[in-house]
Design a protein around this ligand. Structure first.
Ligand code: UT7
Length: 331
């Protein structure tokens, strides 16, 4: 019997209309376009405006885009995973709501939280369900409304993050296409450097935590940067060596979009030129769980069946890893 592999067979996306530019940020905090561009590569990021709109608003739109493009009946979907660090609510699954709203009435669903590695880890999870042979259509959505947890008076974080959502459908493949290998890691040492201190079980929200701004993301950028550079490069290199791949065998690096300098360091380590490195950080900033599927959407037309892709991500926790996947379709 041929081994079942898990292939991505369709993608979709949603980006809010409002673009928060570096110029506008200059009016909000003590920063400037030159600093942001040279230190991060970001020019603008999208922000979801409008009362009552949470992460599910974008997750639903991204899923609907995928369904429309691929002509798939949502009733055929077996499972919906929403990878997110910003669920609609702390309790009540964002994925369950998303699945119902898109008409995936035969699916079960849950949220997956691994900070900026959520989508990467979700690719692993979705693939295991497909490879088991029990599930035929798993919809993985990466969506984050980062603007809901960012302090727009903190220049260390507000220049980096943006809102967005991307979706990918995983289906069984009998020709060896799809996910080939993965190396996923985590290290709890990281929670000191990138966190939201309050609002969880250690420090429930109180008047004091609100006053101290502890419900916002706090990041020690320099420390996270150091870990991100070495770990993302290490795991990407590992994917190549342990699969006997040379840089010539790789068509695309699909790196988490946290900082252009981290992406370039990863690409350098595996010897890939710019034209093989997916990049859209200048347009969207760091959208956390949405960076990888947004890249797939932006580059979909350039992807060819059989292309070798190396995904890599690093995020809070710490969480990180790399995945080697063979692309399964021409669009
Ligand atoms: O996706 C999840 C994982 N997260 C990451 O991978 C993020 C990793 N970290 C980073 O990308 C970078 O550390 C940042 C972009 C967050 C910061 O860049 P940096 O080159 O590490 O800057 P820094 O924090 O070391 O600050 C350098 C200088 C400081 O001034 P002094 O002390 O040298 O006078 C900061 O106060 O830049 C100053 N600075 C700013 N200046 C203008 C910090 N933020 C800003 C700002 N505008 N927004």
């Amino acid at each position: 019997m041929t081994k079942i592999t898990a292939a991505i067979t369709a993608v979709g996306k949603y980006l809010p209309e409002y673009a928060l530019t570096n110029k506008e940020l200059e009016t909000m905090v003590d920063t400037n376009d030159e600093w942001i561009t040279s230190r991060t590569g970001i020019k603008e990021r999208r922000i979801l405006k409008g009362e009552g709109k949470g992460t599910s608003f974008m997750a639903i739109k991204a899923a609907e885009d995928l369904l429309k493009k691929s002509n798939i009946n949502p009733e055929e979907i077996d499972m919906v995973i929403v990878a997110t660090a910003t669920p609609d609510m702390p309790v009540a699954s964002t994925a369950a709501y998303t699945a119902s709203k898109i008409g995936a009435i035969n699916a079960f669903s849950y949220d997956l939280q691994a900070a900026c590695s959520s989508f990467l880890y979700g690719m692993s999870t979705a693939s295991r369900y497909i490879e088991s042979g029990r599930y035929k259509k798993v919809l993985l959505i990466g969506a984050d409304k980062m603007s809901s947890i960012i302090n727009y008076t903190d220049r260390a974080t507000c220049i980096i993050f943006g809102d967005g959502a991307g979706a990918a459908l995983f289906e069984p493949n009998n020709d060896g296409l799809g996910l080939q290998d993965e190396y996923l890691r985590s290290d709890g040492i990281g929670r000191e450097f990138l966190k939201i201190e309050a609002g969880g079980s250690i420090l429930p929200t109180s008047e004091d935590t609100l006053k101290n701004g502890q419900h916002f993301v706090h990041q020690e950028g320099k420390s996270v940067f150091k870990y991100a550079v070495s770990n993302m490069a290490d795991v990407s290199e590992k994917m190549l060596t342990r699969n006997n791949l040379t840089k010539e065998d790789i068509q695309w690096l699909v790196p988490h979009q946290a900082n252009k300098r981290i992406i370039e360091a990863t690409a350098n380590r595996v010897g890939l030129e710019d034209d093989k490195v997916m990049m859209n950080i200048h347009k969207y900033g760091n959208t956390t769980s949405a960076t990888l599927p947004l890249l797939l959407n932006d580059y979909e037309k350039e992807l060819k069946k059989g292309d070798n892709l190396i995904f890599a991500a690093f995020g809070g926790g710490f969480t990180w890893g790399a995945i080697y996947l063979k692309w399964a379709y021409n669009s």
